[in-house]
Write a protein that binds this ligand. Structure first.
Ligand code: SF4
Length: 569
């Protein structure tokens, strides 16, 4: 029986009980959003005692289904004011599942900073006073030394403690590297609750019991074989998500110079191919790295310096787009160091890339000046005046620096796809329940769907609606996005995936299960947002995307408002 662990921070008490009926058979985003919608007052202060911070393992966590160990973290967001779920790889969800814990709910606020250890015996609290303002890398080293190297660590850096709205939560990988739940400022919620770290020890935990073993094994085999055979898997193994730099630049959709251009002259220098070459040329550099046990795709990398010291893992497309092209920085080493600093301080590279770009537009530092941009990231960690402005994200920085072109929706910076070319993704940015977020439904062209035109002005609403439902469900399974893309091209793979879920839940599920689950999650999230004051008028992109033509293609975002409004009808 799956359990919910509630931790009362003020009293330093906990309760571990069976999941209530309302939460049974949910996981990941479906569960974090259900708990937030049921238990958090929509009008509350996101950094106040009434907000709750929920960690949920996906439905498939702890099973042999590949790539199914993502951890969902949910709360009311201090960045967007909406309901929020942000997820990351790493080991935590798989360890929670082995302890039989589907969700951990942090309630109230501790009197003084805490480290919370969770294991088979329950919960122990210790003081985090000596860890104040420590970076995530030092937190990981501290845990390794004090708890051994088989635990999972969920931690915040100084940005979360300083309650910065673009702060991100770190989740440790099996090799003790930070994986970031970047979006929505959820580390500030953890900081407001005065929790520095959760340490999860699954010693003596048990594997997930599955009744329908025969069905599960057969479906698992077919699903895994299908993933391995899909061409996307091979490409990701070789180059990871940075392979997108060349493709998106070629399309004229690579955010450049604060979303004022769609192609970057330095794109080749920061491409997936250039990064892979650099990584392989250095001692201890790794491509095809895994962020969790059981991943069969291995899209991650370990970037090292010329001496073989780890700089960062993994350097991904979104960071190359927002910190690289969008700030016109074309030096991979500088971007890698900025990425590492963001992870250590605990901030989202996308919102920080957006914030630095608006600082450049305001003339604070020159475009493309990597050294000064790096100094600005360091300033966030030090909590200087400008550092705090940037640490609150792109929208806040634009307001403070007097910049009018602000690439945000509901307070959150757009990801690495300009919506004037990729219009379906633009619809997702505008209408997502979480602010601009490509992971909610990124409508990229695919060889498997040659008739889809990502730049057409019409027909994007239904595409975004489908993808938003599908990925809300995928986030509930705990499945990595890259294991969820092949089933979109191959209906048989989707069938085998649903069969695996059927076996795990011991319930017969039809082929519409994922879309039904996703639609239900979105409806609950929309309801919470409506009670928080959000209406259809907030489901719009900033005006400059429909007024300023993007070079070189000359396109604007011209999807009619009715298409945006139909997404959640
Ligand atoms: S494909 Fe990449 S993001 Fe997904 S589980 Fe594997 S390493 Fe992590």
């Amino acid at each position: 029986m799956k359990k919910i662990l509630r931790i009362n921070l003020a009293k330093k008490e906990f309760s571990l009980s069976a999941l209530p009926e309302l939460y049974v058979n949910l996981g990941g985003r479906g569960l974090t959003s259900r708990i937030v919608a049921e238990e958090v007052p929509p009008g509350c202060d996101a950094l106040g005692d009434d907000n709750k911070l929920v960690f949920a393992a996906g439905i498939l966590a702890g099973t042999a289904v590949p790539n199914s160990g993502r951890l969902s973290i949910g709360a009311k967001s201090p960045l967007t004011g909406t309901i929020k779920e942000s997820n990351a790889g790493g080991s935590a969800a798989q360890k929670m599942a082995r302890l039989g814990i589907q969700a951990i709910v942090l309630e109230g606020r501790a009197e003084a900073p805490l480290v919370i250890k969770i294991d088979k015996e329950g919960v122990t609290f210790s003081s985090a006073a000596d860890l104040t303002l420590l970076g995530n890398m030092a937190c990981l080293a501290h845990c390794r030394q004090n708890y051994g190297d088989t635990v999972a660590v969920i931690s915040i850096g100084p940005a979360g403690e300083m309650l910065l709205k673009a702060s991100a939560i770190s989740v440790s990988s099996p090799d003790f590297l930070p994986r970031m739940a970047g979006r929505g400022g959820l580390a500030a919620v953890m900081g407001a609750k005065k929790v520095k770290m959760l340490v999860i020890d699954d010693s003596e935990g048990a594997p997930i019991a599955i009744k329908e073993q025969a069905l599960f094994k057969a479906s698992l085999k077919s699903f895994t074989e299908g993933l391995l055979a899909h061409p996307l898997t091979g490409g990701l193994k070789l180059f990871g998500t940075p392979i997108l730099v060349g493709m998106i630049n070629e399309m004229g959709a690579l955010p450049t110079k604060n979303f004022s251009q769609g192609q970057f002259a330095g794109a080749e220098k920061i491409s997936g191919e250039s990064l892979a070459e650099m990584v392989k040329s250095r001692p201890n550099g790794e491509t095809a790295h895994r962020c969790m046990h059981g991943c069969v795709i291995s899209c991650s990398n370990v970037v090292t310096d010329s001496q073989g010291n780890t700089v960062v893992s993994g350097l991904e497309y979104e960071t190359l787009a927002l910190i690289g092209a969008n700030c016109m920085i074309d030096d991979l080493d500088v971007i890698a160091r900025m990425n590492a600093a963001c992870n250590d301080i605990g901030v989202d590279t996308m919102d920080i890339g957006g914030a630095i770009a608006v600082a450049m537009e305001a003339g604070l530092i020159p475009w493309g000046d990597g050294a000064q941009a790096f100094a600005l990231v360091e300033a966030i960690g030090k909590g200087t005046e400008n550092g705090k402005i940037l640490g609150h994200g792109c929208q806040y920085a634009a307001e403070k620096f007097g910049v009018k072109r602000v690439p945000t929706v509901k307070g959150q910076c757009l990801s690495g796809y300009d919506p004037r070319v990729l219009k379906g993704t633009g619809v997702t940015y505008a209408t997502s329940t979480m602010g601009a977020d490509h992971t909610c439904g990124n409508a990229l062209p695919s060889p498997a769907n040659p008739s889809y035109n990502p730049s057409a002005a019409t027909g994007q609403g239904p595409v975004s609606q489908f993808l938003q439902r599908y990925f809300a469900a995928i986030d509930s399974l705990g499945l990595c996005l890259f294991a969820a893309l092949p089933p979109l091209d191959m209906p048989d793979l989707q069938k085998h995936l649903i069969e695996c879920v059927s076996a795990v839940l011991d319930e017969t599920l039809d082929d519409q299960y994922l879309l039904r689950l996703g639609a239900m999650i979105l409806e609950e999230e929309r309801k919470f947002n409506a009670l928080s004051g959000f209406g259809p008028e907030h489901d719009r992109l900033p005006e400059f995307f429909s007024k300023e033509a993007l070079s070189p293609g000359g396109t604007t975002f011209d999807v009619p408002g009715e298409e945006l409004d139909m997404v959640h009808r």
